[in-house]
Design a protein around this ligand. Structure first.
Ligand code: ADP
Ligand code: ZN
Ligand code: ZN
Length: 742
């Protein structure tokens, strides 16, 4: 009869995770012991009983079987923060794959000692009016950086020094010059660890609207009645979602509970943070990628010790060790950045739900364009949904013009700007109002479309677009289907078949040709290598330093620009053609966000969408800002084709140094899945979209099933198979309900 052994971690700190001890599992525990459980073990020469965590279970003894010790028992359940984080790690491992160690590393903060640093901040010495008049003066002298700083100081009496040189992009010399002029002073405080500590200003509390009140009331009625739940707030930007979050957080504070607010890094702007600081002062802290590991660790310690009640940050802030977590907010719930790109490839929404359950907390999701997942569940009653229908900032929905470039071509306009867009740009420049031009760069992967009729070459089996490859072949990265590149368009016979490529830089050049006097800012991957430069361009544009902002999807998120009254979307099709089942959803979200950028202020806005597919449902519904209409069509497509959220999908990615071996392993693993159960649908294997990176070959296959649990089972079987195949050179990764087909 075989034996069972478990690897146990005794010291649960990030650095010692790889140090495990093996113990025998007594037979009475065979059915109960699971990875992630807390056990009691005899430890050291004295065999004192200690608490440990089980990270894996197997049948192979790595040591002298005669001398190996035995697990004493399962530890009493206690509800320490550690136990909850370990349980969360076990959940992540089980539902998203990878090892327990990888999951623990995701969940536990890396330990770092924090030097007591000297922190500097700026304090204003003039009142608001004086600052603003000085700002006007600087603007006249074209001292834009100084003007920017003065504007920020007018909003907030104290600003951390790093923000000034970083996010605001103001050089030290400009700060000095303003210090000499008596506008501000630089203050140093030692031993001050909070990356941001601002005094809460007496803040004008707003009276909640009727719709907002309903949410807060219902939420606490549930909560105080002992019912925790997941809520979805569906409301356009400016409908007051953030205000609701802050009320819920305040309510949690009254109840002695803490809150985590997840905001995608890209939307985590200075303005948003300021609102939270004003409301909660130094009870709130921020976790973002600009913090050093020491500062991150420090934030966790402060949370654990009860020094803060609220943490704001991207995905990883989810693991903040609050002792009595009451609320998790996930703003912009539909954002792709909530899915981890490295193993374990977890989705923050699912993990947040489990984290909330473990702490008896509630989860609040918010979005203007909810993910299909969230809306699907809400419509089935799994989440409670609340609408926010009014825009509280005033402003009306923009008028949208949809333009088909084919019509332009026919009318003799060869420019990349349609006549309508040119006319409106001219008008805005004359009026001194701002415009944004947005180019979607996703789906750049070289798909082929017809310039005359707009037809996109698609896979006959998968309804995703084919990618053009060298050697004149079109390839489906989803199922592996291939066909030769046609010479003529199969629909209209035109010979103008083109891969889509038009960068933001090219648009900038064309714009300058057409409107030589326009002041233009450009934002894309090239101009924003760092987060600071991103924020710098946005605040320069917000400060009126340019007439037109050109950019990729980065510019449609975060920031509010009240002076923008025109938005142009160039080539909306770039994302429609992307070879991916989520492209309709992504296009709708991007277009809705882009269009919504126009007319935030008092002047009504207009938007121009240039598209070869003006009749595509994602375009039509985005132009009308009609989420429900879009959802109805999209969910039908997902149901018919068995894509998430109607069914579930597991991508198995195989990476290897030699093409043949990687391919063989991919084929072998997909055969293993096929043999598990007949109703499991297997697609592929095929080379991944980027078939080779750094000489590593990549293959992928997909497993589909209506039940997520079945896919977890398939993953477990594959992991077991891979364990037997050790040692092997290839890497295998699992991606559940992938954000794109790869
Ligand atoms: P969202 O998060 O949905 O974009 P916000 O909460 O940021 O919306 O609200 C948009 C603007 O409306 C903010 O300037 C906010 O201060 C203001 N606001 C929110 N709720 C109210 C209210 N009940 N009354 C007046 N103004 C409000
Ligand atoms: Zn054609
Ligand atoms: Zn295909």
């Amino acid at each position: 009869m075989s034996e069972r052994y478990a690897d146990i971690i005794v010291d649960i700190s990030h650095e010692k995770l790889d140090k495990t001890f093996q113990y025998r599992v007594p037979e009475r525990l065979w059915d109960t012991l699971e990875t992630g459980m807390c056990v009691m073990i005899p430890f050291g020469s004295g065999n004192t009983l200690r608490k440990g965590y089980c990270v894996s279970i197997g049948e192979e003894c790595k040591f002298d079987a005669a001398r190996i010790k035995e697990i004493a028992g399962i530890a009493e359940k206690d509800v320490s923060v550690e136990d909850r984080l370990i349980a969360l790690a076990a959940f992540i491992r089980k539902y998203f794959g990878g090892t327990m160690i990888q999951a623990l590393k995701t969940v536990l903060p890396a330990k770092h000692s924090v030097r007591k640093l000297e922190h500097r901040h700026l304090e204003r010495l003039l009142d608001k009016e004086a600052l603003l008049s000085l700002q006007g003066e600087c603007e006249r002298k074209h001292q834009t950086a100084k003007a920017r700083l003065l504007r920020a100081l007018a909003q907030q009496p104290e600003i951390p020094y790093e923000w000034v040189t970083g996010r605001l992009g103001v050089a030290a010399s400009a700060v000095k010059s303003l210090e000499r002029e008596g506008a501000l002073r630089v203050v140093s405080v030692s031993g001050y660890r909070n990356p941001v500590r601002l005094r809460p200003e007496e803040e004008q509390r707003v009276a909640l609207s009727g719709e907002q009140q309903v949410i807060v009331r219902e939420f606490f009625r549930d909560f105080d009645g002992g019912k925790t739940d997941t809520y979805l707030i569906h409301g356009i930007t400016g409908s007051g979602k953030t205000e609701v979050y802050m009320q819920l957080i305040a309510g949690m504070r009254e109840r002695g509970r803490q809150s985590i607010v997840l905001i995608p890094e890209i939307a985590l702007t200075y303005q948003t943070l300021l609102r939270f600081y004003r409301r909660f002062g130094d009870r709130v802290s921020v976790m973002n990628s600009t913090l050093s590991p020491g500062e991150k660790y420090d934030q966790c310690e402060r949370a654990r010790n009860g020094e803060i009640d609220v943490i704001i940050g991207p995905r990883s802030a989810l693991f903040t060790p609050f002792p009595r977590l009451g609320l998790i907010v996930m703003d912009e719930e539909h954002e792709g950045s909530y899915k981890s790109e490295s193993t374990p490839k977890y989705h923050a929404r699912e993990v947040a739900q489990e984290a909330a359950r473990l702490s008896e907390a509630s989860l609040v999701l918010g979005s203007a364009t909810p993910s299909l997942e969230a809306y699907y569940r809400a419509s089935r009653g799994e989440y409670r949904m609340f609408p926010l229908r009014q825009r509280l900032t005033g402003g009306s929905l923009p008028t949208v013009h949809t333009v088909d470039p084919r019509e332009e071509l026919r009318a003799g306009n060869r420019s990349i700007f349609s006549r309508k867009l040119q006319e409106l740009l001219e008008d805005r420049l004359a009026k001194g109002q701002q415009s944004m031009l947005f180019l979607n760069r996703r789906g750049y992967a070289g798909f082929l479309s017809c310039r005359a009729c707009g037809h996109v070459m698609k896979c006959p089996h998968c309804d995703v677009s084919l990618s053009e490859h060298r050697g004149g072949r079109l390839l489906c990265h989803y199922c592996g289907y291939q066909e030769p590149r046609p010479r003529l368009c199969p629909v209209c016979g035109s010979k103008y078949l083109l891969g889509f490529k038009a960068g933001t830089q090219q648009i900038e050049e064309k714009l300058k040709e057409r409107f030589p006097k326009a002041r233009v800012l450009r934002m894309d991957g090239d101009t924003t290598r760092t987060r600071d430069s991103y924020e710098r361009i946005l605040s320069a544009f917000a400060g009126g330093e340019a007439d037109v902002l050109i950019g990729t999807q980065m510019i449609v998120k975060g920031h509010d620009f009240p002076n923008v009254t025109l938005v142009g979307v160039l080539a909306a099709d770039l994302s429609l053609g992307a070879n991916d089942y989520r492209s309709g959803e992504r296009t709708f979200q991007l277009l809705t966000q882009a269009v919504g950028r126009a007319g935030r202020g008092t002047v009504p806005g207009e938007a121009v969408i240039q598209t070869y597919q003006p009749e595509h449902y994602a375009v039509v519904h985005a132009a009308k800002q009609d989420y429900e209409g879009f959802y109805e069509e999209e969910i039908l497509y997902r149901e018919l084709s068995g894509y998430p959220p109607a069914a579930h999908m597991l991508a198995v990615q195989i990476y290897g140094k030699t093409e043949e071996n990687a391919k063989q392993l991919a084929e072998m693993l997909s055969d293993v899945v096929k043999s598990i159960e007949s109703r499991m649908k297997v697609i592929g294997p095929a080379p991944a979209t980027i078939g080779k990176v750094n000489d590593v070959f990549r293959f992928v296959f997909y497993v589909k099933h209506r039940e997520y649990g079945q896919l977890v089972h398939a993953k477990d079987v594959l992991e077991e198979k891979l364990r037997v195949l050790q040692p092997r050179r290839e890497t295998v990764q699992f991606d559940f309900d992938p954000m794109s087909t790869l």
